[in-house]
Design a protein around this ligand. Structure first.
Ligand code: ADP
Length: 248
């Protein structure tokens, strides 16, 4: 089933900056799609358009489960005066759920990201990776059908990032949600996703839409396999060709 259908969109910001150009795309329910491209090529714009936070200047976007989507940003955006569990429970406070159910669900979400023991810690007692896990738990607490992530692990060290990448893939497999993941790391996109889009320099156009032929279960050793290196090479070549287009 098609979860997201984007037809011929263009996004021109006030001031005349054209961020995206004639972009069409269908994302199936349950896919893990990464969007890669140079800084400023319109990746975040595309994510915001999918979320309905922005409107396209031209073209159309249909998202079948927009009321069940969650968004994770690069910064964890935690409220410093709230404990981890109360940060995670925040989206549920807008519902009619009893406080007890809210906290039970928040604790379950923290358990999913491996932080149950830190439920009562404040953000300033947590490492960068742990804060990002809390942010992920807050996104998962509403049981989203569609999870949008905008470079969530970019500020983390490589080992922490690798662990979060592995855990995010496991969560995707467990929850069977649709994931759209923006990154400018080709390595991360290859490791995480089943399908990768490479965008050109601004205004972003799709220069490669590729299904990655890699095993469903992935761990650090996946990165040593020939299949992983081949997939990564295909994405690098696409990025390089877009650079040449710019110069010519
Ligand atoms: P990316 O996520 O790929 O780095 P963005 O989608 O953030 O790129 O931005 C694409 C282009 O649109 C950039 O040139 C950026 O400066 C511009 N842009 C993004 N948001 C706005 C805005 N609200 N108003 C004007 N220009 C914007």
């Amino acid at each position: 089933m098609s979860e997201i259908r984007i037809q011929g969109i263009e996004k021109i910001y006030s001031g005349g900056i054209s961020a995206l150009e004639s972009l069409s795309l269908e994302i199936q329910s349950g896919e893990f799609l990464s969007i890669i491209g140079p800084s400023g090529c319109g990746k975040s714009t595309l994510l915001r358009l999918i979320a309905g936070l922005e409107m396209p200047s031209r073209g159309s976007i249909e998202v079948s489960s927009r009321e069940r989507l969650s968004y994770v940003f690069q910064d964890s955006h935690l409220l410093p005066w709230r404990t981890a569990i109360r940060n995670v429970a925040l989206p549920l406070e807008l519902t009619r759920m009893s406080r007890e159910v809210q906290l039970t669900k928040a604790l379950e979400a923290l358990d999913l990201v491996g932080l149950k023991e830190f439920a009562n810690a404040y953000p300033n007692q947590l490492s960068g990776g742990m804060k990002m896990r809390v942010s992920l738990a807050r996104a998962l607490v509403t049981d989203p059908a569609l999870l949008l992530l905008d470079e969530p692990f970019a500020a983390l060290d490589e080992i922490t990032r690798q662990k979060l990448d592995e855990d995010l893939r496991k969560l995707w497999q467990l929850k069977k949600m649709t994931v759209v993941f923006v990154t400018h790391s080709i390595q991360e996109a290859t490791f995480l996703s089943n399908r990768a889009l490479v965008l050109s320099q601004r205004p972003g156009r799709i220069i490669l839409d590729r299904r990655l032929k890699l095993p469903e279960h992935r761990d650090l050793l996946t990165k040593t396999s020939q299949a992983y290196l081949d997939e990564m090479a295909a994405l690098y070549r696409a990025l390089e060709s877009s650079k040449k287009e710019e110069i010519e």
